[in-house]
Every structure is written in structure tokens, then in C-alpha cells.
Design a protein around this ligand. Sequence first.
Ligand code: OGA
Ligand code: NI
Length: 323
Amino acid sequence: MEHLVSGWCNDRSLPESYILPPEKRPGKLTVPLANNIPVIDLGGHDQTDLIQQIFEASQEFGFFQVINHGVPSNLMDEAMSVFKEFHALSGEDKAIETSKDPNKSCYIYTSSPNYATEKFHLWRDGLMHHCNPLEKYIQFWPEKPPRYREVVGPYTAEVRKLGFRILEFISQGLGISPDHFSSGLSENQTLLVNHYPPCPDPSLTLGVGKHRDPGGINILLQSDVYGLQVFKDEEWVGVEPIPYAFVVNIGYLLQIISNGKLKSVEHRVVTNSNVARIAASFIIIPSDKTLVEPAKALVDASNPCHTKAFLANTKLLPMALKH
Ligand code: OGA
Ligand code: NI
């Protein structure tokens, strides 16, 4: 993977292919931090209140942060450390550690999965691997750093539990069966570990361009370095890194399943010139050929069906991340 940004970014130059057309550039680098993206305390015991808070946040912002979510903080620290260590390996090691599965359930890419055909590139490297079922896929995960599997196995198991709890709250908020998402709709669980090295000119390029997440929900662990921005009320606002919080966002398929009640909101990642940033997305999406359609209970005469039913195609999902 000679193209990985981490392999050549120390040259401190921005190749032309990374310079975005003016209308796609980040513009103002210091945007206000969002003071209204909800921070929801999952440690509370009033379930009705929690359901309401999550539902409102998913309707209004498509984004919220969760604290007291049950994932142990030391596991979050350890996961962040092994993610950093992985991305600090040599390019050769990263290539070896991500080619253990001929079916490519674990791989690394740079910029986007469309590197070969895209018009311009993005300032990020991404390690992606499947997580469910763990017993099937863990054998293909990196073995360097040596603790990768030992840490990321339990980490993804905990984040999965959190993800399902949130999906259950969301179902209750929507008034559909709490296990609406318990089968095919949530079967595919993927971890994407993004690495954004320090960038010589953050005003000209992006780590990830403006996009909606294509899947169900995304549970994001971000390091203490700022970079994520959400497009809210026609302007960009920053998502503050809160220690030991997860950022949750509603993917496009969830917008469809909710018949438009929940919003999948556009966001992007800006780079910075001082420090590398790591952000790991745990993505819950339907398995291949699962029927995706608005939940029947959410369709009636006054809420007509927004989208026709279709079969999920996981191969196309990562590609759907537009730039
Ligand atoms: C994504 C994404 C945000 C980040 O992976 O879809 O938006 O901060 N990531 O890396
Ligand atoms: Ni995203």
C-alpha cells in the first residue's frame, strides 16, 4: 500500500491530487463547536426519559453523544492505543496484517474505497474489518500490534451491546417492536478505524468529504483531537470530543426504515496540521439481501411510504459514502 497517507505525509507537502476544488474545501477552519448536539447520559434509570431523549436527538440532529454507556473506560483507552499502534506500523506490515482473508473481510485503504477512480483524494487511511460473528472473523484481524485481537475483540463485543441497546431505544421511540433490528437488519457489523495524519494545509483538503452514513447506526469513538463536523441548519458545526463518550449517528438505511421520521445528517472530517487523529466507527448494517423497507407500523394514509423496499447490498454500502 504505497499510497497510504501515513507513508509519505512527513514530506510535509500536499500533492495536487489532494487539493479539493474550491467549492469542496473546508472554508473556515474554526467553526463553532455545536453547543446543542445532545449529550445523553445512559446511566439514568428513567427508561421513558431516555427513549424520549434519544428519539428527539435522532429526529432533530441525527447525531448525539452518549456517556455512562457501559463500555469500560479502560477498554476504550486500550482500543484507542492499539488503533494508534496499528496505524503507526510500517506500510509493509500494514499490508501483511490486512491480507489474511482472501475474501477481504479485513482490508486497508487510503482516501476512500474508490481510490483508483476518484477525481481527488482524501487525507485519511482506513482499516476496515468485519466483527460479526467474532469467531468467524477474528482470525483475519491484524496480529500486530500483538494485543490487537485481545483488545479489539472485547471492545467490539461491548460496543455491539451498546449499539443494540440504542437500537432498542430507537425502536421504542418509533413505536415499533423493540426487536425490529434484531435479525438481518443488524447482522453486519463492521469496524472502520480512520487515521488522519497531520496535514500541511488543512484548508485545502478533507479527511472525509460531506456524506451521510449509508448504514443503520454508527457508534464512533473519537480521540481527543477535534475534526468531526456536522451540517446543521445550513452551516458546519464541530462535534466536541468528550472524554469517554461515543458519538452516535443515524445512517441512511435507518432513515428509510423509520419512514423519514429519523434523520441521517451530513457530516465531514477536517484535518489539522499538528497531530494525528484517530476515530473508529462501529457500523451496524443489514446483511446482504436483507429486505430494507419502512417499518409497516410507520406507514399509513397520512405517512405514505417514502421509499420502495429493496435488498441491502453490503458491497455497495462503503461505496455509498459520497465525497
Ligand atoms: C465515518 C465518519 C467520522 C470520523 O466513518 O463515516 O464519518 O470522525 N467518520 O472519522
Ligand atoms: Ni460518516
